[in-house]
Design a protein around this ligand. Structure first.
Ligand SMILES: [Zn+2]
Length: 344
């Protein structure tokens, strides 16, 4: 087993976000179907991912709850676009979302590349093309949830492709590669400037309508401290502080982002999970809309989720350094560092 399998696939996310990292047994696999209608192709030399795509050909509708229901007209995230890639280790049939979310991700990756250069953002699962239960996640069912790996720096301080490593309170991590081989480890550092800029782009994108950022408290603190020292709009900082928190699975290896229902999806039955922020209520009120409450979750919406212990057992042999890392990690799994509460 290698780092990305353990870190991006084999450990569990918690009920609040509904990610899970089950290694076994997966719910019934779905056969990947080709995307109907237009697909996204982006010229590698295009200056901005979002600017290179004709988004007008898409019309998505997210239905019901993030953790129960479906997606109509799901938009496929490009496998590659300027500043962004869908993780080649993931199943490409899980790269569908609402037009607002996919466009927001492409735009954010494009902005980071344009302003800071470096390595494309690595995007993990979104939803199936038609939504519904998805292996390893409780949510991700209606095209408004996505997992994104943090930007990272290699031992020489230069950007390298993200592997989904855990990062500690100092922003240090390790790509253990073969988990049973202590001689091949690569020291990593969280790439705070690029990771922050990606967040900033999503938060400031009024059409994408980011709702929630699930991330470990110690990484939230690093990002917040960086942003405070870098001339970021006060409204952006305030929104980040309010919309980010650590769920019971710590999210020290990736972000889970959730997006609000697009205004035109609400009359069709799209339902937001809490929280509903004052700025979002104002926006909906101006549009003559009121958010719908979550619908009772139906039995068929449940996906298999495994425990930390089951995932750890499934990960197989590990050398002592990996074991020590996992032991140290319990500090911020058991109690969010530096001491805020878990996500409500
Ligand atoms: Zn997730």
């Amino acid at each position: 087993m290698r780092t990305y399998e353990l870190f991006a696939a084999a450990l569990v996310c918690a009920a609040a976000t509904g990610c899970s990292g089950a290694k076994k047994p997966a719910p019934a696999p779905r056969v990947e179907a080709p995307a109907p209608g237009p697909t996204l192709t982006v010229a590698p030399q295009a200056p901005s991912g979002a600017g290179a795509i004709d988004w007008s050909v898409f019309d998505s509708v997210s239905l019901r709850n993030p953790n129960d229901e479906s997606l109509r007209g799901g938009v496929p995230l490009p496998l590659t676009a300027p500043g962004l890639r869908f993780n080649p280790a993931r199943n490409p049939s899980t790269r569908y979302g609402t037009i607002e979310m996919v466009r927001g991700l492409v735009d954010a990756g494009g902005r980071v590349e344009k302003e800071l250069g470096g390595i494309p953002a690595t995007i993990n699962d979104l939803s199936y093309e038609e939504g519904g239960p998805i292996p390893h996640h409780r949510s991700h069912q209606s095209g408004r949830d996505v997992d994104v790996l943090f930007y990272q720096l290699g031992p020489d301080g230069n950007p390298i492709e993200s592997v989904g490593a855990f990062f500690d309170p100092s922003g240090a991590g390790v790509d253990f590669r073969d988990l049973a081989d202590p001689s091949d480890d690569v020291a990593l550092q969280l790439d705070v400037p690029r990771t922050w800029l990606f967040l900033q782009a999503l938060i400031e994108d009024e059409e994408a309508q980011l709702q929630h950022i699930f991330v470990a408290e110690h990484l939230r603190t690093l990002l917040l401290d960086y942003a405070r020292g870098h001339n970021v709009l006060a409204s952006t900082l305030a929104r980040f502080a309010e919309m980010s928190c650590q769920p019971s699975y710590p999210h020290d290896d990736h972000f889970h982002f959730r997006f609000f229902c697009a205004p035109d999806d609400i009359p069709k039955g799209c339902r937001d999970s809490p929280p509903m922020y004052p700025w979002q209520r104002r926006k909906l009120k101006t549009a003559g809309l009121r958010p719908l409450p979550l619908a009772p979750k139906r039995e068929q919406a449940k996906a298999k989720v495994v425990t930390h212990e089951e995932a750890r057992e499934a990960a197989g042999p590990m050398d002592a350094k990996v074991e020590r890392w996992l032991e140290r990690r319990k500090q911020w799994i058991d109690r969010p560092h530096p001491g805020r509460t878990y996500c409500p």
